[in-house]
Write a protein that binds this ligand. Structure first.
Ligand code: URA
Length: 216
């Protein structure tokens, strides 16, 4: 995991397995099945890095031989919150890693006139004392990511409880996000070059939702 001099709170997960799998995803000839499977695998690997600093406490257990104070994760179960719809498959990967996590959902669509995100579905677990991992494969303009954190804030989740996880990020989106929520860390597998005129990330991987679900 490395940081970036221009973007405080951006963490680039440069593990070779993550980078290798991401390159396969970028390839436009990758099948829907392969694309989906790779995203699940990468999300699991990213989750492993993102949860590295979770606090531990101990719980008294009995092994077959003796009693011991064994390390267990402190506090409430994690909450995984995909931004619909492309975040769903990333959430599946994270849930393989942390099967007891709670799962919330934030559904956003883009208003044609304002070009800004509007929420159509919000379902969240009880926020008190819980860490929230918000997931969306593409941090492009940053507007959806900012809006999703605003939604979490409105439902009682503090910025200090939130970690944002994106597969691929654009510098424009990272800046917008950090201007709005400077203390929320962003974990990403790649910081790409720029956004094109249609707000697609370049080199990117195309429309993540369409490639995941086989739609147009
Ligand atoms: N959303 C996507 O799916 N792809 C991009 O490149 C940008 C936003």
């Amino acid at each position: 995991m490395r940081t970036h001099p221009d973007y405080p709170n951006l963490f680039i997960l440069d593990h070779p397995l993550i980078q290798h799998k991401l390159s396969h995803m970028r390839d436009k000839s990758r099948s829907t099945m392969g694309f989906r499977q790779l995203l699940r695998e990468i999300a699991l690997l990213m989750g492993y890095e993102i949860t590295r600093d979770l606090k531990l406490t101990t719980e008294r257990i009995e092994t077959p031989l003796t009693v011991m104070d064994a390390p267990v994760i402190e506090g409430k179960k994690l909450a995984i919150v995909p931004i619909l719809r492309a975040g769903l498959v990333m959430a599946e990967g994270l849930l393989e890693l942390v099967p007891a996590a709670r799962e919330g959902h934030i559904g956003l669509y883009r208003d044609h006139e304002t070009k800004r995100p509007v929420e159509y579905l919000v379902k969240l677990p009880d926020p008190a004392g819980r860490i929230f991992i918000l997931v969306d494969p593409m941090l492009a303009t940053g507007y959806s990511a900012v809006h999703a954190v605003d939604v979490l804030n409105r439902h009682g989740v503090l910025d200090a409880q939130i970690r944002f996880m994106a597969l691929v990020s654009a510098p424009e989106g990272v800046k917008v996000f950090h201007d709005a929520h400077p203390s929320v860390p962003v974990f990403t597998a790649a910081l790409d070059s720029h956004l094109n005129e249609n707000a697609y990330i370049v080199p990117g991987l195309g429309d993540a939702g369409d490639r995941l679900f086989g739609t147009k």
